[in-house]
Design a protein around this ligand. Structure first.
Ligand code: FE2
Length: 409
């Protein structure tokens, strides 16, 4: 489903104004209206999948699904929730009791202007934790600059990934304004570029997504295991664990950068300290061949730090987590830091602008690039029975960095 052409709407509005109404001195600005975005996949597990859809006018949304060509279609109603103080309704349908490692065809049907609209048929596949291999991609710090995503994804084949991760600051200070046009067009572009109708998009929050008047409502657009978007801003839990094939992920939310509004962010970070400690004790975490920690802000960095409070709270737990790799963003300068490398931060907010603050990541750490065509990066990762590997490409499709780690016995 694509956004209707804004230029067509503008043209129709202008024609209508010419033919039926006296000329206005200041004609109203064209509004972004009559849009529908999706479907897109969220929160995959071996036995469940959430299908989402957002629109300012759709009604009676339902999902038809069938496993395999021989089976009959089954229809499931989607639940619509109006995002407060917006024109947008987000529709979600959680499909449960699915078979692991199985392909399902589905379509999203809805009613628009009293007309039934039958959606295109898509296919998704449920994950299997018995799979010995998985592939995924990571984008970060897009800051609404979708031309960068267009350029990056020109050089990525859909066969290169089963799911994608947005590692924070992909939206820039989200504010709905009158129409929410930027927020929705950014979402539409991610779904189109990342094949989000057939490959789940995992969302990790960045510090810029804590900013803007839409920040406490942004969560309505996603389905994350611990997130209640109706909760107050600092009670919304974006952190979650995830499993795919041989990999176990821990996704944390650092909150704002630096020491901003510590009285509000520290309790949220402290909740994640306990959550991390609980997660790494779970048998399903230990059962993974590879363990990856991901956060928007790197806990260790040679550049401006910004995550001192998270490092203080989480690093002793993470040191016990047997991590094979950490993924991060935020810096707008890509880099690959080796395990136990010596990072010297020349401008540390904790040690002072002239202070030297040596620290060392207890795991390999890959940091993605920034929003411009010059800075943009996509990470392509693969885990199989022998290796965990990453290659990073720029907007020209050139491989600019690589990482390879061996599987532990
Ligand atoms: Fe950031």
């Amino acid at each position: 489903m694509r956004i209707k052409s804004l230029s067509l709407l503008v043209s129709l509005a202008v024609l209508a104004a010419i033919s039926s109404a006296p000329a206005a001195e200041n004609p109203p600005a064209a509004t972004y209206a009559d849009w529908a975005i999706g479907p897109y996949l969220q929160s995959p597990t071996p036995t469940a999948m959430t299908i989402c859809f957002v629109s300012d006018h759709a009604a009676d949304v339902s999902i038809r699904v069938k496993p395999g060509a021989q089976n009959a279609w089954i229809s499931h109603p989607a639940i619509g929730t109006l995002i407060p103080n917006t024109a947008a309704t987000v529709w979600k349908c959680r499909l449960k009791n699915l078979a692991p490692n199985t392909a399902y065809e589905y379509s999203l049907d809805h009613t628009a202007n009293n007309t039934k609209v039958t959606g295109k048929t898509y296919t998704f596949k449920t994950p299997s934790l018995n799979n010995t291999e998985t592939r995924w991609i990571v984008l970060n710090d897009v800051h609404n600059r979708m031309a960068t995503v267009d350029a990056l994804m020109e050089h990525v084949s859909p066969h290169d990934y089963e799911f994608s991760i947005l590692l924070g600051d992909c939206w820039n200070d989200p504010t709905w304004g009158k129409s929410g046009e930027t927020i929705m067009k950014t979402l539409e572009s991610f779904i189109r570029n990342l094949h989000g109708h057939e490959k789940p998009i995992l969302y990790v929050r960045g510090n810029h997504e804590w900013r803007g008047y839409f920040a406490d409502k942004h969560g309505y657009l996603f389905d994350l295991p611990n997130l209640d978007p109706t909760a107050s801003r600092y009670e919304q839990n974006y952190y979650f664990s995830f499993a795919a094939g041989p990999v176990r992920f821990l996704f944390a939310d650092c909150g704002e950068d630096g020491n901003k509004r510590e009285e509000l962010f520290q309790p949220y970070r402290q909740r994640q300290t306990q959550w991390l400690a609980d997660e790494i004790k779970k048998p399903e975490y230990a059962s993974g061949k590879y363990r990856i920690f991901a956060s928007h802000i790197p806990l260790f960095n040679e550049n401006q730090w910004h995550a001192g409070r998270c490092r203080e709270l989480w690093s002793s737990t993470l040191a016990q987590a047997n991590l094979d790799l950490a993924l991060a963003a935020h810096d707008h300068q890509w880099r690959v830091l080796k395990k136990n490398c010596a990072c010297v931060n020349k401008k540390c907010e904790h040690c002072g602008q002239s202070g030297v603050c040596p620290h060392s990541p207890p795991y390999p750490l890959v940091i993605g690039g920034g929003p411009s065509l010059k800075e943009g990066t996509v990470m392509l990762l693969q885990a199989d029975s022998a290796n965990l590997s990453m290659r990073m490409q720029n907007c020209a499709g050139t491989v600019i960095a690589e990482f390879a780690g061996m599987a532990r016995e």
